[in-house]
Design a protein around this ligand. Sequence first.
Ligand SMILES: Nc1ncnc2c1ncn2[C@@H]1O[C@H](COP(=O)(O)OP(=O)(O)O)[C@@H](O)[C@H]1O
Ligand SMILES: [Mg+2]
Length: 231
Amino acid sequence: MHIAVNGLNYSYPDGHKALHDISLNVSRGEKVALVGSNGAGKSTLLLHLNGILRGDGNITIEGVELRDDTINAIRKKVGIIFQDPNDQLFCPTVRDDVAFGPEHFGLDASSVDEIVARSLSHVAMGHAANRAAHHLSLGERKRVSIAAVLACAPEILIFDEPAAMLDPRRKREMISFIKGSNRTVIIATHDPDFAVQTTSRCVIMDRGRIVAEGDSKSILNDSELLSSHGL
Ligand SMILES: Nc1ncnc2c1ncn2[C@@H]1O[C@H](COP(=O)(O)OP(=O)(O)O)[C@@H](O)[C@H]1O
Ligand SMILES: [Mg+2]
């Protein structure tokens, strides 16, 4: 199993219990959507998959259990693209933002340059390498944040609300990017249509619990199920 979550529970420091006994398995190359209304616990669950948050329970990535001594290795395998690219991009230039990960891994300058060029061209942002991310449009910043994650060569890509705030054309581009990826992909979205267009399996979350799971098309055609969970 590529990703295995077992009996995960998490409460925020203020005592709010955001995850209740979550178990989830994802196979290599699979594309899975976590679908739920605001506050369902999607982002909280995603943040556990590379150890940004640590709850009670068990998370295993490619057979390696997430622990203090494995967290750095697991972070190289699991790349999270945050909902807001401003949380991801903080360097003076786009090039520096994308170089940050590979430089951190200790690669030499020419390898880093090559990775940066390849990652930016993958999202059609090579022309912006010398610009500042905060001068770009939201859609462009999202693409740069994807490049910054791709530069770290993760095996698993995790997108938190990838379609949020994108205009229809950028949304279509995002759909084809996700569909075209040969990596394991998990997306969190409150948009059932986006989920059905990008994933084959869908997990419905409500108030911190997984309440339904199955083939994306059949789950997302079940309007009674969706409306009973605020979707
Ligand atoms: N930092 C925090 N402190 C306390 N509660 C939080 C925090 N972040 C999120 N929550 C709460 O946890 C629940 C799940 O939030 P979240 O994972 O962001 O949901 P989703 O991504 O599905 O909208 C919500 O009730 C939210 O208010
Ligand atoms: Mg969220």
